[in-house]
Design a protein around this ligand. Structure first.
Ligand SMILES: Cc1ncc(COP(=O)(O)O)c(C=O)c1O
Length: 565
């Protein structure tokens, strides 16, 4: 029986152990030992055939004196693992593999070190990681110094693995930069070292840090200026956005406030005419007080956008795509090109898409902003905001305001956001599926005038959305032509909670003109084409059929009270 077959059979549960014959494994893995972990429970569950493989492997292990001790510890670990397996797990041949995986990794690390030493190269070990971080701290390099040290180590590790890979036709290790977003989310990238190898990010719930002496600073001194838990979130966000740096703020609004701080009196901000109510309030009622001019334009009217950018001292363009609440898709790259012609910066509010579906920096934006209150934290338990950017100079300017004005996100909220991030892709995909199902039903309902959702083929923004993003998200809005009808629908749903905001695990429903966008004066809303009967839904992770039934029920009640179309 060959190893692949054993693996396939062992995939009965979500966790599995595997067995390999020496001849079946790449040379890289077999150079000093067969790289074998055979769990007795698996062998039992798989029956005699796997037992034969185990026998072959065990004999092979005995033959290989240099690897004897490591192999034995692997077998012992797997025994321990088998011992803790529950009866049910044993019955299906499914074992908790943490112990064996850890042991295997330790063996792999030791091998890498031996190979590197043989080549006179540099090896990576946990201890050297801690050493680098400690020496970086001693030299007062702070978090970024530590990050650089880590990058050098990762490069060195890449060299070791890559050179090992050339031994045979084994695939080379994938560069972490090339990991897909789901992998990046599950394996947070951070320079923050933890001596205990905690699986969850360490939470530094502290305002101050002791300094080495009165005249020396450690990597952290005061949480407003920096905190290791915040560093973890900021580095992970930079990783997800493929940005040089990211910054965590106390809310999406404080992140946007910081963006406006990059604009001086006498300069112009150009923005859209369909934007979140809070952003609209900030730009209409706060920013002009310091002598900054704000011009709102229809971002899909490119002539108007160009005229607005060129017609004044424009230094910043602030846009959303898709927009909130009408889900209009704006051509990010085209707007960036227009702004850059004028030397202006572009900030894209990516709260509806997040890095899961859209990468504004790759499309040309200078700053990507995300309200962490929504999908990032994902459980309606945090308010936070994130900015990601490229370039040292811009990063310094943003950090200056984050620190100088105390706009930062607190450690515990950073920790919650880090936890939320791990499942963001799963949540967003499920929420999107639900949105597709609900909008498909709404689209054909006679009482619905218009459904705003770029996931629908009939939507004007569908093609552009497919080009610049990898998903349509889970927020949509629709009109019924009757405020009373819309109000009944909103109020009669049971699973859709009447709540401002979006991006939580629970489905939310709202009348934006009376809720999230109520701060925009009625006449301005009317001029911008924001109708009072607009209903916005943020799909949660519930079962799609239940959500659909909930909406169908609310529509039925509204039809009974107000009448059919
Ligand atoms: C598109 C958009 N951007 C920014 C914000 C502001 O984020 P926060 O509520 O975290 O301050 C919101 C809030 O709803 C939003 O919808």
């Amino acid at each position: 029986m060959n190893a692949r077959r054993v693996v396939a059979l062992a995939r009965v549960g979500v966790a599995f152990s595997f067995a390999v014959r020496d001849g079946d494994v790449p040379r890289r893995a077999s150079s000093s030992r067969p790289g074998v972990v055979i769990a007795p429970g698996v062998a039992r569950a798989l029956g005699d055939a796997a037992g034969v493989v185990a026998g072959v492997v065990a004999a092979d292990m005995r033959r290989r004196e240099p690897a004897r001790r490591a192999s034995r510890s692997a077998v012992e670990s797997s025994r321990a693992t088998a011992a803790i397996a529950t009866p049910r797990r044993r019955a299906v041949g499914m074992l908790a593999t943490t112990t064996t995986t850890t042991t295997t990794r330790a063996i792999a690390r030791r091998d890498a070190r031996a190979r590197a030493e043989a080549r006179g190269g540099e090896a990576t070990t946990v201890r050297s990681r801690a050493r680098d971080a400690a020496s970086a701290r001693r030299r007062g390099r702070g978090a970024r110094g530590i990050a650089r040290a880590r990058d050098r180590r990762e490069e060195a590790r890449g060299r070791v693995v890559a050179s090992a890979g050339t031994d045979g036709d084994a695939p080379a290790a994938r560069d972490p930069k090339d990991y897909k977003i789901a992998t990046k989310l599950a394996h947070a990238k951070t320079s923050v070292t933890d001596p205990y190898g905690a699986s969850a990010p360490p939470l530094y719930q502290t305002a101050t840090f002791a300094q080495p002496s009165a005249t020396e600073n450690g990597p952290y001194d005061y949480t407003r200026s920096g905190n290791p838990t915040r560093t973890q979130l900021e580095e992970q966000m930079a990783n997800l956005e493929c940005a040089d740096r990211a910054f965590a703020f106390s809310s999406g609004m404080s992140a946007l406030m910081c963006v406006t701080r990059l604009v001086n009196a006498g300069e112009r901000i150009v923005t859209g005419d369909d934007i979140y109510g809070g952003t609209s309030r900030l730009l209409a009622q706060v920013v002009p007080k310091v002598g900054i001019e704000v011009v709102n334009v229809d971002m899909n009217d490119h002539d108007a956008v160009r005229a607005a950018i060129q017609g004044g001292n424009t230094t910043m363009v602030m846009m959303e795509s898709p927009t909130n609440p009408r889900l209009q898709v704006i051509d990010i790259k085209a707007i960036c090109d227009m702004a850059h012609e004028k030397g202006a910066l572009v900030c894209v509010d990516n709260s509806i898409m997040c890095p899961t579906f859209q990468a504004p920096l790759a499309l040309g934006a200078d700053i990507s902003m995300t309200s962490a209150t929504k999908f990032i934290a994902g459980h309606s338990d945090v308010t936070g905001g994130l900015l990601a950017c490229n370039g040292e100079e811009l990063g310094k300017r943003i950090y200056f305001h984050q620190n100088a004005e105390g706009l930062h996100l607190g450690p515990f909220d950073c920790w919650l956001a880090l936890r939320g991030l791990k499942t963001m892709q799963l949540r967003m995909e499920r929420q999107q599926e639900n949105a597709m199902k609900l909008t498909a039903w709404l689209e054909s309902h006679p009482r619905v005038n218009k459904v705003n959702y770029p996931g629908l083929k009939a939507n004007v923004g569908h093609e552009l959305q497919s080009k610049q993003a990898s998903g349509a998200g889970s927020i949509f809005s629709f009109t019924t032509g009757d405020v009373e009808f819309s109000k009944i629908v909103v109020e009669e749903t049971k699973l859709h909670k009447i709540t401002v905001s979006f991006g939580g695990t629970t489905s939310l429903i709202s009348l934006p003109c009376f809720m999230s966008h109520a701060s925009i004066p009625a006449e301005v809303r009317a001029a911008r084409g924001l109708p009072d009967d607009l209903v916005r839904i943020s799909c949660g992770i519930e079962d799609a059929d239940d959500l659909l039934a909930d909406l169908q029920y609310a529509f039925a009640v509204a039809e009974k009270r107000v009448g059919k179309a």
